[in-house]
Design a binder for this molecule. Sequence first.
Ligand SMILES: N[C@@H](CCC(=O)N[C@@H](CS)C(=O)NCC(=O)O)C(=O)O
Length: 324
Amino acid sequence: MGQMIDGKWVAGPIDTRQTGGEFRREPTVFHSWITPDGRPGPTGEGGFAAESGRYHLYVSYACPWAHRTLIFRALKGLEPHISISAVHPDMLDDGWTFDTGFPGATGDTLYGLKYLREIYARADPHYTGRVTVPVLWDKERETIVSNESAEIIRMFNSAFDHITGNSDDYWPEDLRAAIEPVNARIYETVNNGVYRAGFASSQSAYDAAATALFGTLDWLEERLATNRYLMGERITEADWRLFPTLARFDTVYHTHFKCNRARIVDYPNLWAYARELWQWPGVAGVTRLDHARRHYYYSHESINPNRIVPLCPEIDWQAPHGRG
Ligand SMILES: N[C@@H](CCC(=O)N[C@@H](CS)C(=O)NCC(=O)O)C(=O)O
């Protein structure tokens, strides 16, 4: 691990000593939006019009935040219009690399660079901050449009509809107000909650994160007893934001992040729901637990210093879900 300070790479682990043992995710820096005609979006600069072939997505298949953007790219028929590069699952002293020595790691298909940090430096030679995936890159202006997955999926949801003819809407106007608090609780206690449990370096920080996490999983289990999807009959971004964490849970978070009060397979509704989402057209193809397993167990030295990658359970994600 490491980060950039004024455009220079500084290696080092995540330090939770300043925060009473608590893991705090830092806000991302690039917040512009692709819009149908290049008008500015809710934040950042304008000038990023939706065009076929102009944008590129840098991802890790291991990363749940990048996973959401890959899912939206698939759901919205954007694969022919937005190219991708996938990093190697190991994130060590050099951060994410374009090493191709792992199945599915593509290298940097745009510039042939060695490290993801070089993409950040290309966008801003004085960049200060973490070097994270996903990165939405503009090939024309040679800069980062956004490195915030929650915003990238909203762009993908609608900005290219006139090009793809795909108007499936995962953020429908009439549900937005109801989606927001569900997203907030799931982000805080589940998506980021597993990291807060896993990177906690004090018992109290761990207890708080793990208790809140399972409180939310219990709540979701109940909600999914009477609702096919989180918001009812329609699948929305709330579901697609939850799914990447559920997909990694039993393989990675249960063991590596000590989220072990229960597994997803122990929750009948949540488990069937997660299988339905896994089996959704386009989703299995961008869901690669081989990358996740290798990344987490091998990269987090503070949690697993001997880098032993465990066997992990065999999970039948293709079993019929029966959620019809
Ligand atoms: N807020 C970002 C978070 C992205 C993120 O933290 N990605 C992780 C991988 S799962 C990463 O690249 N971490 C590298 C680092 O923090 O040095 C988003 O949702 O897009």
